[in-house]
Design a protein around this ligand. Structure first.
Ligand code: AMP
Length: 283
């Protein structure tokens, strides 16, 4: 496995790749969720590039950029063990040289949920991912369902901007109690860790109500709100019932939808989402 830091070296590597190339963009602090993406890419492609870059452009001014975990050597071990061929870990100035001034805005998909509660977040995500795609030029881009709105937004960007890459969305990997794995879970205290699976449980209960015939997004939101604050540290950011492709709120649940939620547990913001629909098993 090779570690590459510059755009020039990456270009040289890319020029030497004969078969298909898979790409897994990450912000590091890798866990089993990232590992699953890398393994899938390694299975499906001749070569796999993993990028590790904590992208300042997607963090708000009061968010956790400075304290975001950066266990680089451990990340390299995980990449090696899961079958990555290249780790691309650029410096800030390699991605954002002095005078950088462009931004990618994907309309529609980013308007609600995380887009509304984190202004500028998706512009930061789309901009860095477009730059990375231009550099890596992968045949396949591997994204996690854990960040469903992000995956929908990047899928739209790829379509809108004629990028020659196939978007592959991989299932959410969960830990104890169903808690979606996240690099941010390490901010949680032991007590918060024990409480955290309530977010997933509440989503699943809403999914079961929809399966059994509840079609009102308002009723489902009320059920969700009634389930979450069982623990004092919870503060709901949003709950929504959305179309799985456009990510717009649906007026009535008469087909497959995504239930999306974000909540603070103490100072840590957790997000999760599941699929649901009339007569459908949630998950
Ligand atoms: P991040 O490092 O948090 O920016 O995530 C990098 C990629 O890994 C994104 O495509 C995420 O959706 C994906 N990812 C993060 N956590 C999980 C998880 N628990 N299961 C599956 N994919 C995940």
């Amino acid at each position: 496995m090779e570690v590459i830091q510059t755009k020039k070296e990456l270009r040289e590597f890319r020029n030497g790749v004969r078969g298909s190339l898979g790409f897994v963009p990450t912000m590091g602090a890798l866990h089993e969720g990232h590992a699953a993406l890398i393994r899938q890419s390694a299975r499906e492609n001749e070569r796999t590039v993993v990028s590790i870059f904590v992208n300042p452009m997607q963090f708000g001014p009061r968010e956790d950029l400075a304290k975001y975990p950066r266990p680089f050597e451990r990340d390299l071990d995980i990449c090696r063990e899961t079958g990555a061929n290249v780790v691309y870990a650029p410096e800030h100035a390699d991605i954002y040289p002095a005078g950088f001034g462009s931004a990618v805005e994907v309309s529609g998909v980013g308007n609600h949920w995380c887009g509304a509660s984190r202004p500028g977040h998706f512009v930061g995500v789309a901009t860095v991912v477009l730059k990375l795609l231009n550099r890596v030029q992968p045949d396949r881009l591997y994204l996690g369902q854990k960040d469903a709105q992000q995956a929908a937004l990047l899928d739209k960007m790829v379509l809108d901007l004629d990028l020659e890459t196939e978007v592959v969305v991989c299932p959410t990997i969960r830990g104890a109690g169903g808690l979606a794995l996240s690099s941010r879970n390490q901010y949680l205290s032991p007590g918060e860790k024990a409480a955290a699976p309530a977010l997933y449980r509440a989503l699943m209960e809403c999914g079961r109500q929809i399966k059994m015939g509840q079609t009102s997004p308002q009723k489902i939101a009320e059920i969700f709100q009634g389930l979450l604050p069982g623990y004092d540290g919870w503060r709901l950011d949003y709950f929504g019932v959305a179309d799985p492709v456009t990510m717009s709120p649906v007026p009535v649940i008469d087909r497959k939808v995504r239930l999306l939620a974000a909540a603070f547990l103490g100072t840590t913001r957790l997000i999760d989402n599941i699929s649901a629909g009339p007569g459908l098993e949630p998950g």
